[in-house]
Ligand binder design. Structure first.
Ligand code: PLP
Length: 356
């Protein structure tokens, strides 16, 4: 039996066409073939990021850039906006990098309140803020514009935004929001195999990075900027993944970004409606729910592990049984990437078959 089809919120299912695009003849990364490949990704990436800045390509998972952004921008004290497994982890990472770090912490399943961020920043001393737009562990889509407005009202405070599971599922406007670093991994809504992250850096953040010592080499923003100006990367990148990215950006251009966003809203609504019919409640509050994935509360007495196991053994579909401290008490279904109303219906039919 082949591996199950992933409806897990990352990595997600990768199409045969994407794999085919990735298996082109290898090229060297210091030469015009690569420069053309790199340059070809920029218009599409800038569109989905909503930026006129270059979008850098990092051969690492998202965490590489999440840590790297702190090492480039933080001076002393970081404020981490914590509302789930990924955002809570970021404060540990900040401390492991040697920074002082404090949290605005809410219950998992709740969204970050911009006014709470304002109150915390007003205490003073914070030079950098970490924020996750779509908290993939809980299915919460935080208030991006509200948070950005608040953070931007504190001068010299750098704002790092993780859009790992929201990029290309909702419209993004990095420049209008004044985001200093915006980043995403490619294995979520871009439906590529894992191993690469994308990020853009504001001019103010580059200026800040120049003043920060010990920012290291592999994720040094100044190195990225210098190389990007020549359509290149500081180190040997995952060239096959960039072939895949080029293909995927072509697919997004063909579909149209607005249509892609509308497709995610539709397929997500299908899963929410299925849950409502089946009596599964959503963890995230109304109005603050991701369009990329759905996180349901496991009802009392519901045999979640058998449900997931049977769905896999009988239909070869894999959904996720909760992440971090809400493993088992929640479960998650992704509609990211290439999924359509037809493929989501296949999953729904399969889940209905198991539930009877
Ligand atoms: C998946 C995910 C990450 C972690 O990405 P890696 O690729 O494992 O480094 C970070 N943030 C969010 C919101 C995610 O969904």
């Amino acid at each position: 039996m082949s591996y199950p089809k992933l409806f897990n919120p990352g990595p997600v299912d990768v199409s045969k066409e994407t794999f085919a695009a990735m298996s082109q003849t290898m090229i060297g990364h210091r030469g015009s073939d690569f420069e053309k490949l790199y340059a070809s990704t920029q218009p599409g990436l800038r569109e989905i990021f909503g930026t006129a800045r270059p979008v850098f390509i990092s051969t690492s998972s998202a965490w590489g850039v999440m840590e790297g952004a702190l090492r480039n921008l933080a001076r002393k004290k970081v404020l981490c906006l914590c509302c789930g497994a990924f955002s809570d982890k970021w404060i540990d990472v900040a401390r492991k990098c040697g920074f002082e770090a404090e949290a605005v912490q809410v219950e998992w399943g709740d969204a970050i309140d911009p006014e709470a961020v304002r109150a915390k920043l007003a205490e003073g001393g914070f030079d950098t803020v970490t924020f996750i737009h779509s908290e993939t562990s809980t299915g919460v889509l935080n208030d991006l514009s509200g948070i950005c407005k608040v953070v931007k009202s504190f001068p010299d405070t750098m704002l790092i935004v993780d859009t790992v599971s929201s990029l290309s599922t909702v419209a993004m406007d990095m420049d209008a929001h004044g985001i200093d670093v915006m980043l995403a991994g490619v294995q979520k809504a871009l439906a590529l195999p894992p191993g690469m992250a994308l990020f853009a850096v504001s001019e103010a953040a580059l200026e800040r990075a120049k003043t920060v010592k010990n920012r290291g080499y592999y994720f040094d923003f100044i190195e990225f900027e210098k190389n990007a100006a020549a359509n290149n990367t500081p180190c040997t990148p995952a060239i096959s993944l960039i072939f895949g990215l080029q293909f995927m950006l072509g697919e997004i251009a063909k579909e149209g970004l607005a249509n892609r966003i509308a497709r995610h809203a539709k397929t997500n609504a299908m899963i929410r409606a299925w849950g409502a019919k089946r009596g599964f409640e959503l963890l995230a509050p109304e109005g603050r729910r991701s369009f990329a994935l759905t996180c349901f509360k496991t009802p009392a007495g519901f045999d979640l592990s058998s449900f997931i196991k049977d769905l896999k053994s009988k239909h070869n579909f894999l959904i996720n049984g909760g992440y971090g401290k809400i493993k088992g008490t929640t479960f998650r279904i992704s509609n990211m990437g290439n999924e359509t109303e037809a493929t989501m219906q296949e999953l729904i039919d399969a889940m209905d078959d198991i539930l009877g």
